[in-house]
Ligand binder design. Structure first.
Ligand SMILES: Cc1cc2nc3c(=O)[nH]c(=O)nc-3n(C[C@H](O)[C@H](O)[C@H](O)COP(=O)(O)OP(=O)(O)OC[C@H]3O[C@@H](n4cnc5c(N)ncnc54)[C@H](O)[C@@H]3O)c2cc1C
Length: 377
């Protein structure tokens, strides 16, 4: 089998396939693990999950349930620490907020079994003294974890190496090859090399649409650029992930804090901009004045593979037997990677998922969602 794309989705699915005895190779157009999966913030919980259909929350919960075992497995097999830590997530609420999430967040947490606590301003400032004293209330989910993306990717890559899974960099797939009946039989790369395969998994992140279109089917995935600013502080300056509609803050164990992230519909335009930097810093001063003195250490960006309804595409393409899709994970690909990898590998080997997958079908009629779909230009 061939996997197209060496992001977290392609890498982890290839790992699960190999563990079941499949001869699998990964083709990567650039460098492994260097796009969205490297750039992301690693929050292991969707942003505002109550805006999504229930099927999505079920997928998320199933994925997060797999993380403890994945962490132990990667640790045992590679000795590499993915820095998955229970930092908890806190949403501060202010009178001037455009959207007030309290009621929907409370309902969602009860329905999907998440412990949520409502903190008054004194309690909020006691747990996070860097917060603005203007905070009205805060919603705290103590059971939210984070992972450090480059460490997760390093561990998965090390494990793939020990299993001898070929990862061929600088190998852009430009065409899916099929026989007269439309059955997928391999791929063609930009260098003119062909690879035979009885099944192909398209896990090419934001670039998936181009490849799908070249092969004559429609897969609406668009890049949504996200810029991040990295602050350097002392460890424990911030303890929880802080999430607000204007910015989020993710404290790493070593004291570094990610401030993110923009949501830009600018195609594949790379690089960080002064405008977004200023917006993120203004949000930091407003929401988290206790971080005003933090040193800005670095900036980066990545392209989230966005879908119009905010949901991933998972499954086989009806019109092209043998072509499997796992992409469009948008803002949640790291959270959803363990379940994606498990169910795609099983499914490609003939085991039907037990979760309801209709909402994620690559053959679905995608409905635009203003709230959770990619931003319109
Ligand atoms: C700023 C930012 C913050 C984020 N924060 C979070 C978060 O906190 N939590 C969370 O769960 N998710 C988060 N995400 C989203 C998450 O990172 C993505 O959903 C996830 O990484 C997608 O993984 P992927 O493997 O599909 O894509 P990618 O990591 O983009 O990998 C796709 C790979 O396919 C390769 N490729 C493309 N076309 C071809 C081709 N034709 N041939 C061969 N190879 C090809 C690319 O070069 C790339 O390496 C964030 C993303 C960004 C950018």
């Amino acid at each position: 089998m061939i996997v197209i794309g060496a992001g977290i989705i392609g890498l982890l699915t290839a790992l699960r396939l190999k563990q079941q005895g499949v001869d699998v190779s990964i083709l990567e157009k650039g460098k492994v693990a260097s796009e969205a999966s490297w750039a992301g913030a690693g929050i292991l919980c969707p942003i505002h999950p109550w805006l999504y259909p229930d099927s999505f929350s079920e997928l998320v919960n199933a994925s997060l349930d797999l993380y403890p075992d994945l962490q132990s497995e990667l640790d045992a097999e590679t000795g590499h620490d993915i820095q998955r830590i229970q930092s908890g997530l806190l949403i501060p609420c202010f009178a001037e907020d455009k959207v007030h999430h309290q009621a929907a967040a409370t309902r969602w947490s009860e329905k999907f079994g998440w412990d949520m606590q409502r903190l008054n301003p004194e309690q909020a400032l006691a747990v996070e003294p860097t917060l603005s004293p203007n905070v009205d209330e805060a919603l705290l989910w103590p059971d939210v974890y984070q992972v450090r993306n480059p460490e997760l990717l390093t561990a998965v890559l090390l494990y793939l190496q020990t299993l001898d899974v070929p990862i061929i960099e600088g190998s852009e797939v430009v065409k899916l090859l099929e026989d007269k009946q439309g059955q997928i039989i391999g791929v063609l790369t930009a260098a003119g090399k062909t690879y035979d395969a009885d099944a192909v998994l398209l896990a090419a992140g934001s670039w998936s649409q181009t490849l799908a279109a070249q092969s004559g089917f429609s897969l609406e995935v668009q890049p949504v650029k996200g810029q991040i600013v990295l602050l350097k502080t002392k460890p424990n300056t911030l303890k929880h992930i802080i999430k607000h509609d204007d910015a989020y803050f993710v404290p790493r164990r070593d004291g570094r804090i990610l401030v993110g992230a923009s949501m830009e519909n600018v195609g594949f335009e790379r690089g960080n901009t002064k405008e977004v930097f200023n917006e993120l810093m203004a949000a930091t001063r407003r929401l988290m004045p206790g971080l005003n003195d933090a040193e800005v250490e670095h900036q980066w960006m990545g392209f989230r593979p966005g879908s119009a309804d905010g949901l991933p595409f998972l499954g086989e393409v009806e019109s092209k037997p043998g072509l499997w899709i796992a992409t469009g994970h948008y803002r949640n690909g790291v959270a959803l990677a363990p379940i994606t990898a498990k169910l795609m590998a099983d499914w490609m080997l003939g085991v039907q998922p037990t979760l309801k997958m209709e909402d994620f079908s690559p053959n679905r009629n995608v409905q635009d969602s203003q709230q959770i779909g990619y931003p319109k230009a």
